[in-house]
Design a protein. Structure first.
Length: 564
């Protein structure tokens, strides 16, 4: 009898935890309302990725408190996403699409599966979720945003959709780390408002209180994406945990349709803040003494580098040139499309910056790529990194297929962190890319064969072939040509490539000299290749049906390290 009572108690608790939502009021072929009459924290929304977007307005006391777009399930449920209710009283839901082909509104699958809950399960349910790369707990992620270091903590924000694993509802998600490797999810620091959704931007540590928010305040700049793209500001006085939006937003406007991705840094020589903005196919450079009033200093980009797509996500930094005792400035310009193998990629320019104008050393037609894979985009660096390091993190995907890769609970990861510097090859200066020293701490015992998470170090004797395989015959073939000084990676037979005609490909990179060591970082869905001297980097996604567990090396000797 006592056991029966206990069972009934447990069942009642579960019923309270996952209570079905009540029947909606159907107001037409594409309009419904759902009254919130449960005190739960979340309403779990069923998502079907092939469905048309439904626009939801959350109301409280007859006022709109939030709007969002969700692909509410029509026929079947791919996954659930949590809508935090925040005492909302009514959901006003407008559907897109022709109901004559989709079925009656009252019969949609979303109404049968919608549930109230006080919790949302973020435990991994994905075969391809990386083991040591940063990913969102759930939902879509693209560009890294608002990256800074303070008091031993690395802060990484990112473009995030909390209501589905495809691009929509741009918000800043956030994670923090003490070692650049192990990340802890944090509450979303900056969310959409009346000025629009929240596009990419950056954070700076205002050590001298130039903005008046307090010494060492964290000041965030981001693009408000409403009817037009404008620049806004928010500040944090608790180390980046919470942000207050500046009452004077927007702080910068333009008539240009593409006007976004502010990246800031302090320029000591002129004692002013510098802001770079991506505007169409050029970078505009602004300066300010107080982070509030900005002056246009100059423009860069006309005729320089690749112009096959929109310029995005800029960065500008001064770095040492190996073995010369000199320093140069590097301007990062992410571009989509226009990458060397299609879609998204990161180009850069080397030159000088005087606080007003960037001058490129190379001829206008010279194009330099930071990474020669298909999946390294929106690369930017951390503000205030220790020891004057330039630590970069990128979005590990490509706009050609980012919305279609074979995951559902989440989409996209960040590439491993990389330290940047400069080196000379011939008459040109290039960016050196080296896995951050924190990656060495992940090395565990040596292995006899590859694992789903490992580092492979190949000592090269000259021209070499390196092949990763599994028992299903899926393989990635890499080739180093010592004479041509090139490295290539062929993923045409790497596993699942069916989701996009643009995925199966071979990527090729110059090695800028003899390559003596190759470092490969392998995770469940990615391979990142580096020259041991940091003169070549290549990042490619792969989706094998089972991990690669065989390694063949011709022309070199490999050591495989477990990644802990």
């Amino acid at each position: 009898m006592q056991m029966k009572k206990l069972l009934l108690t447990v069942l009642a608790a579960v019923a309270c935890q996952l209570a079905m939502a009540q029947t909606p009021a159907i107001l037409g072929d594409a309009h419904a309302m759902l009254r919130i009459e449960n005190g739960s924290r979340y309403l779990l929304l069923p998502v079907e990725e092939k469905a048309e977007i439904a626009h939801i307005r959350m109301l409280k006391d007859n006022s709109i408190v939030q709007t969002l777009n969700v692909r509410l399930a029509v026929d079947k449920v791919d996954y659930m996403v949590p809508l935090q209710l925040n005492k909302a009283q009514l959901l006003d839901i407008h559907f897109r699409g022709d109901r004559r082909t989709k079925g009656a509104l009252s019969e949609l699958a979303c109404w049968r599966e919608m549930k109230y809950s006080n919790e949302f399960d973020t435990a991994n349910r994905e075969h391809f979720r990386p083991l040591y790369h940063h990913t969102p707990q759930y939902g879509w992620m693209n560009d890294p945003n608002g990256m800074f270091y303070q008091d031993g903590v690395w802060h990484l924000a990112y473009q995030w959709n909390p209501y589905g694993s495809q691009w929509e509802n741009m918000t800043w998600g956030a994670s923090t780390s003490r070692d650049l490797i192990h990340w802890e999810a944090q509450p979303a620091p900056i969310v959409p408002d009346g000025l629009g959704t929240i596009f990419s931007g950056s954070c700076v540590v205002d050590k001298e209180n130039t903005a008046g928010f307090g010494a060492h305040a964290i000041v965030a700049f981001y693009t408000s994406a409403g009817e037009s793209q404008t620049q806004s500001m928010a500040y944090s006085t608790d180390g980046g945990k919470t942000f207050t939006k500046y009452a004077g937003n927007p702080i910068l406007t333009s008539s240009a349709p593409d006007f976004r991705d502010p990246h800031l840094f302090w320029h000591e020589e002129t004692h002013r803040w510098i802001m770079l903005l991506a505007v169409g196919q050029e970078m505009q450079i602004f300066s300010s003494a107080n982070l509030k009033q900005w002056t246009l200093e100059s423009r860069f980009g006309s005729e320089y580098g690749c112009h096959s797509g929109v310029w995005e996500c800029p960065d500008l930094m001064r770095m040492p040139v190996r073995g010369t005792g000199q320093h140069k400035w590097m301007l990062i310009c992410n571009i989509n499309p226009g990458g060397p193998f299609g879609g998204s990629a990161t180009q850069y320019f080397i030159g000088d910056f005087d606080g007003h104008r960037f001058t490129c050393d190379s001829r206008p037609e010279v194009t330099k790529w930071l990474d020669y894979g298909k999946d390294h985009y929106a690369t930017v660096t951390f503000d205030n990194a220790p020891k004057n390091r330039r630590v970069a993190i990128a979005w590990m995907s490509n706009w050609q297929y980012a919305n279609e890769v074979p995951t559902k609970q989440f989409r996209s990861a960040n590439a491993i962190p990389r330290d940047l510097d400069l080196f000379v090859d011939g008459t040109e200066t290039y960016c050196g890319v080296t896995p951050s020293e924190e990656m060495l701490a992940l090395r565990g015992k040596t292995l006899k064969q590859p694992a789903e998470a490992c580092e492979v170090v190949v000592t090269l004797k000259g021209t070499a072939d390196i092949t990763l395989q599994n028992a299903k015959g899926e393989e990635v073939v890499m080739h180093y040509d010592a004479q041509k000084q090139t490295f290539s990676m062929d993923r045409t037979k790497s596993g699942d490539t069916s989701f996009s005609e643009n995925f199966a490909c071979t990527t090729v990179a110059p090695t800028h000299g003899k390559m003596e060591q190759l470092r490969l970082f392998i995770d469940r869905c990615s391979i990142e290749a580096f020259d041991g001297e940091g003169r070549m980097a290549m990042t490619n996604l792969v989706f094998p049906s089972e991990p690669y567990n065989m390694l063949k090396v011709k022309g070199g000797k490999a050591v495989i390290y477990e990644i802990k």
